[in-house]
Design a protein around this ligand. Structure first.
Ligand SMILES: Cc1cc2nc3c(=O)[nH]c(=O)nc-3n(C[C@H](O)[C@H](O)[C@H](O)COP(=O)(O)OP(=O)(O)OC[C@H]3O[C@@H](n4cnc5c(N)ncnc54)[C@H](O)[C@@H]3O)c2cc1C
Length: 297
């Protein structure tokens, strides 16, 4: 069976998309195959097929932590947007599939007076992407709320316990073993006061609006915070707030955010981030490490 026929019989297939279309910073070249499997079983069939055919692949959530190269990607991007179901389990935890968009989930829970995901309500990714990154805000991270993760690897589905996921600051086992696909998870969600949960979320959203340049395409923070201080303070300290290079601007509002202010290319982003690293290293002898993932660059 032809690849196009196979993929389109097990998922929604697009042949005309680019990373520019599917990442929040709107950078990146054309994608040969983009497929959204209809369900978990179809995901397994697609993964098996790609492996047998030797076709490379990449899982993408909402592309809110990825800067992708401008060259064409000669592989298959897999999006789990049809895997977005959830249900409450007898043990009180919440089962949610990995394609669920987190702000949507946090809002749904808040409406039902359920607490646990308030910290993540402004992080514009999927559950799979947030678990992969151990994303966090306001001193909370996904590791505080994830009980178990359902993964797919080599034809098998299996549950990993929280302690098996090697969560640390913006890191997890999923960085080490790229063959693990996050399919679903169980979350620790507790009863709370609907009004209090909604007020907390509204307050945090307002704080984001006040301190983050949400009106321009970005990937959020570019660098992880070193143990010594916030990354933005070092960038500000070397005078790069507002610095521009081609299509990239270091945000005036939040210097750890690099914005696409025109038709930015991946090489502009990389050149700017390298320049920032060099300047901070020279001035403070501090190494900045990327939080954002560079892919196909
Ligand atoms: C406006 C804005 C605000 C942000 N605020 C925050 C914040 O407060 N805190 C924070 O931590 N981050 C923040 N981010 C960064 C980003 O949203 C997070 O890193 C998020 O976890 C990425 O989720 P995603 O679904 O977009 O993942 P993607 O960017 O699509 O993917 C990231 C990585 O996860 C992998 N991946 C995705 N899904 C799966 C899966 N199902 N199985 C295996 N691997 C998978 C991808 O292959 C890739 O390697 C922000 C970004 C923006 C644009």
């Amino acid at each position: 069976m032809e690849t196009i026929d196979f993929l389109s019989s097990h998922g929604d297939l697009s042949l005309d998309r680019s990373f520019k279309n599917i990442t929040t910073i709107k950078i990146g070249g054309p994608i040969k195959y983009l497929v959204a499997p209809f369900d978990m079983n179809r995901l397994k069939m697609i993964m098996t097929y790609l492996k047998e055919e030797g076709i490379k692949y990449k899982l993408v959530g909402r592309g809110s932590n990825m800067v992708c190269g401008d060259e064409a990607y000669d592989g298959c991007v897999i999006k789990l947007e049809h895997l977005d179901h959830y249900s409450f389990l007898d043990d009180g935890s919440l089962y949610v599939e990995a394609g669920m968009v987190v702000p949507r989930l946090a809002n749904m829970l808040a409406t039902q007076g359920l607490s646990g995901l308030e910290f993540a309500s402004g992080i514009p990714g999927t559950l799979g992407g947030l678990i992969y990154m151990n994303a966090g805000a306001y001193k909370k991270e996904m590791k505080d709320v994830v009980k178990e993760v359902l993964v797919y690897k080599d034809g098998e589905f299996m549950w990993l316990k929280n302690e098996d996921c090697a969560f640390s600051y913006r890191h997890s086992i999923f960085h080490e073993d790229r063959e693990l696909v996050i399919v679903a998870c169980k979350l620790d969600i507790v009863k709370g006061e609907r009004k209090e949960i909604q007020a907390l979320m509204a307050d945090r959203l307002q704080r984001r609006r006040n301190t983050q340049p949400l009106d321009k395409p970005s990937v959020g923070s570019c660098f992880k915070n070193p143990s010594t201080d916030y990354a933005w303070r070092y960038i500000d300290g070397v005078g790069l707030r507002g610095y521009r290079y081609r299509g990239i601007e270091v945000s005036e509002k939040h210097p750890n955010w690099l914005l696409n202010i025109g038709d930015a290319r991946a090489e502009d982003f990389i050149a700017t981030s390298n320049y920032i690293k060099d300047r901070v290293k020279a001035a403070y002898d501090v190494d900045l490490h990327m939080e954002v993932e560079l892919f196909n660059c």
